[in-house]
Design a protein around this ligand. Structure first.
Ligand code: URA
Length: 225
C-alpha cells in the first residue's frame, strides 16, 4: 500500500504542482494545507484530473473508476448523493442504477433533465460492499465537492439521503428531521430529501419527496432573483 507521504506527493503531482519533500512534521502539515489550497484554485479540468489520480484514502485501492460527477457545469441545480455503487464504479458516472432512474424521474417531475443539473456525490470512489462512507474518507474527498460547488455556483443544492445531508450540514439528525425546510450552505439554499434508493423501498414516502422538490424549486427561483 502507498505510504501517506507518497499519496500526498502523487496527488500534488497530478495537479501539476512542484513537490517539495517535507523535512519534518511541520513541513508535512504545510504540504497538507497546500493540497487543500490547491483544490480551492483548480479549474474543471485540473479538478477532474486530481480526482482521477486521487490516492488520499484507501478507497483508491478498491475502486474501478472514480466518479467525478456529471452534468451542466453551470447548472442551477446541484444534486448531491452519497457515494458510487457497483454500477457507478463500473461506469464512472453517478446514479446510473435503479436509484438513478428514479432520480431522473424526480428531476423530470420538476422540469429538469439529467443534463440540465449537476450530479455529484460526497465520495468520488465506491466504498466496498456499499458500506457507509467513513469520516476520514469524507474529509479527504470534501475539498473536491467544495470546489465543484464553487465552480457550478448553483441556485439550489438538493442533498439526497442521510449521508449527503449530514455531511453537507455537519449534523447528526436523521433525514426525517432535516427534510421539509430550507437550509443553507455558504449562503446557497439547500434542501434535504430522501435518497431515491430509500424511496424505491418505501414508495409511500414519495409524496414527501415531491414536497421537498417543490420547496427546492421555489427556493431556486427566489435565490438571487
Ligand atoms: N447512490 C448514490 O448516493 N450515489 C450514486 O452515485 C449512486 C447511488
Amino acid at each position: 500500500m502507498m505510504q501517506p507521504e507518497n499519496q500526498r506527493r502523487a496527488y500534488l503531482e497530478a495537479m501539476g504542482i512542484d513537490v517539495w519533500l517535507p523535512r519534518d512534521s511541520a513541513d508535512a502539515a504545510a504540504t497538507d494545507d497546500m493540497a487543500e489550497t490547491s483544490a480551492e484554485a483548480m479549474d474543471w479540468e485540473s479538478l477532474r484530473q486530481a480526482v482521477s489520480a486521487c490516492t488520499l484514502c484507501g478507497l483508491s485501492q478498491s475502486r474501478t473508476n472514480t466518479v467525478f460527477g456529471i452534468g451542466n457545469p453551470e447548472a442551477e441545480w446541484l444534486i448531491v448523493g452519497e457515494a458510487p455503487g457497483a454500477e457507478e464504479d463500473r461506469r464512472g458516472e453517478p446514479f446510473v442504477g435503479r436509484a438513478g432512474k428514479l432520480l431522473d424521474e424526480m428531476l423530470r417531475a420538476i422540469g429538469q433533465r439529467r443534463e440540465d443539473v449537476f450530479i455529484a456525490n460526497i465520495l468520488k470512489c465506491r466504498p466496498p460492499n456499499n458500506r457507509d462512507p467513513k469520516a476520514d474518507e469524507c474529509a479527504s474527498c470534501r475539498p473536491y465537492l467544495e470546489r465543484q460547488i464553487e465552480l457550478v455556483q448553483p441556485r439550489i443544492i438538493l442533498a439526497v439521503g442521510r449521508v449527503a445531508a449530514q455531511n453537507l450540514l455537519g449534523s447528526d439528525d436523521p433525514v426525517g428531521r432535516m427534510r421539509g425546510r430550507p437550509h443553507q450552505l455558504d449562503g446557497i439554499p439547500l434542501v434535504v430529501t430522501y435518497h431515491p434508493a430509500y424511496l424505491l423501498r418505501s414508495p409511500s414516502q414519495k409524496n414527501k419527496a415531491w414536497r421537498d422538490l417543490c420547496l427546492a424549486a421555489r427556493l431556486a427561483a427566489e435565490y438571487g432573483a
